[in-house]
Design a protein around this ligand. Sequence first.
Ligand code: UDP
Ligand code: MG
Length: 348
Amino acid sequence: MMLGSDVSSLSTDAATAAAQGLSIVVPVYNEAPGLALFHERLATLATTLKERHGLDCEVVYVDDGSADGTLAIAQSLPATTLDVQVVSLSRNFGKEAALMAGIDHFTKGAVLFMDGDGQHPPALVEQLVRHWIVEGYDVVYTAKAHRDNESFLRRQAVRGFYALINWGARQKIPEDAGDFRLLSPRAAAALRQLPERNRFFKGLATWIGFRQLRVDYEPAAREHGVTSFNPKQLIGLSIEGLTSFSVAPLRLASLLGLLLAFGAFLFGISILWETWVSGKSVPGYPSLVVGLMTIGGVQLLMIGVLGEYIGKILSELKARPIYFVAEHSVKRSAPDSTAQTTDRTAAE
Ligand code: UDP
Ligand code: MG
């Protein structure tokens, strides 16, 4: 019985890699105002990729339960230079679930993930594709070149988060890396095989290994609307990422326990010393209360950390689907005519 997974049959030379095409997965949530323009840019990009690399493209829009007209607009987008799939989820499941739906539905070889709000410049895509086809990289990920426009507090929080999640990890998740990344066919196949329900996409895409390359870029401003991630959600996502990806918080708990015990031991020795040397006994009340509160607080905190992990086990055990697809449509671009073939499957 083989306990690992062999995707070596998918490692191909440049020409075969390009022949398998590229799927572009775009999660969209309330992106109606900018979607048509975004699609136009993608269509131009697809033409460029076809001309320069002979690459056939497909876009998979995953509508994550938008409340505005996003779904209707997505379904009306033409498949001129690239195939268009629209996968509509039954409600808002969150970006990670939408990405997962994209991974499950794309049909070409390689896959590229990008946001539908215009922050990930299509112009950069050609460069990412080149790193894959010409240089043979498997995972080409982008990272924010700098965080100058963010507050000091936020930057420290980000740093702390990565320090914690990467603590003792063999494969470190790069700081500042985003979801805008390209995976070669074998890396995409590897990502598809990961079975867990609690996904932390950035982490998993790093964990699979292969030849990875970092490309720094400056994210554009959002074309319209505001980000759907407020600080509270970001903290939630960080806890989610930490607990589904690393056991560092549990190790921290053990370490803290050890430190406290050691501190208590030293304190005990110092009391004994004082009594022996000066003969006066230490007034007990304040030190007792401080000690009790410290121990009590730390214990409650660590029970909370344990609880997070137990919650994760519970949700893996329940094995609920990560998302439901309510509607699914596919439009194939006809290579030499304007005719498009459409087929639809409802309530998949
Ligand atoms: N998104 C999604 N589901 C959500 C929230 C966001 O599919 O619940 C999509 C959104 O439409 C966009 C991408 O995920 O294409 C990134 O979202 P956003 O721009 O709000 O996040 P930020 O760029 O601030 O990280
Ligand atoms: Mg954005």
